[in-house]
Design a protein around this ligand. Structure first.
Ligand SMILES: [Zn+2]
Ligand SMILES: [Zn+2]
Length: 151
């Protein structure tokens, strides 16, 4: 068993590794954009410092989008199978947002925060002890829960 935490796209052309000593914690976003983008009920994302992220196979295709706030979102996608793997945002330098379902160990993730729950699909219920926010989470909450110090 390797120590490294790895992931990749559905067809296997793109592979990446995270230089972390544990799986990153993840948050779920239930906004309509995420529903559209994932084609499912919510997105599940891990916040990782870009210094801990490395591509190990393939070269993703880039899709750039300017947000209403003026920041630039850069979305990295497999050019073959079109899996959306990760993104960066000019408003948050130094951070890579991994689409957590692309992690090999996606069955072992801990979802610690739900945002934009006012847009959630009606059948979704949350565990009592997991914080939820109607819209975005305040920056300090987000920082603490997701990027977190070990608990
Ligand atoms: Zn692929
Ligand atoms: Zn969203």
């Amino acid at each position: 068993m390797s120590d490294s935490i790895s992931g990749g796209c559905r067809c296997g052309a793109i592979r990446y590794e995270l230089a972390l000593d544990r799986l990153p914690r993840v948050y779920c976003c239930h906004c309509r954009d995420c529903q559209t983008w994932t084609g499912t009920a919510f997105s599940q994302q891990a916040v990782v410092p870009d210094s801990a992220f490395a591509l190990t196979a393939g070269a993703p295709v880039l899709f750039e989008l300017t947000n209403p706030s003026g920041s630039t979102s850069r979305q990295y996608v497999c050019g073959d199978c079109h899996t959306r793997l990760y993104n960066t945002n000019s408003a948050r330098p130094g951070i890579v947002l991994i689409r957590a379902g692309t992690l090999d160990a996606s069955d072992a993730l801990d979802a610690v925060l739900h945002i934009w729950v006012k847009r959630k699909q009606p059948w979704i219920a949350f565990a009592q002890d997991v914080p939820t926010f109607e819209e975005s989470a305040p920056a300090d909450v987000f920082q603490h829960l997701v990027m977190g110090e070990p608990r």
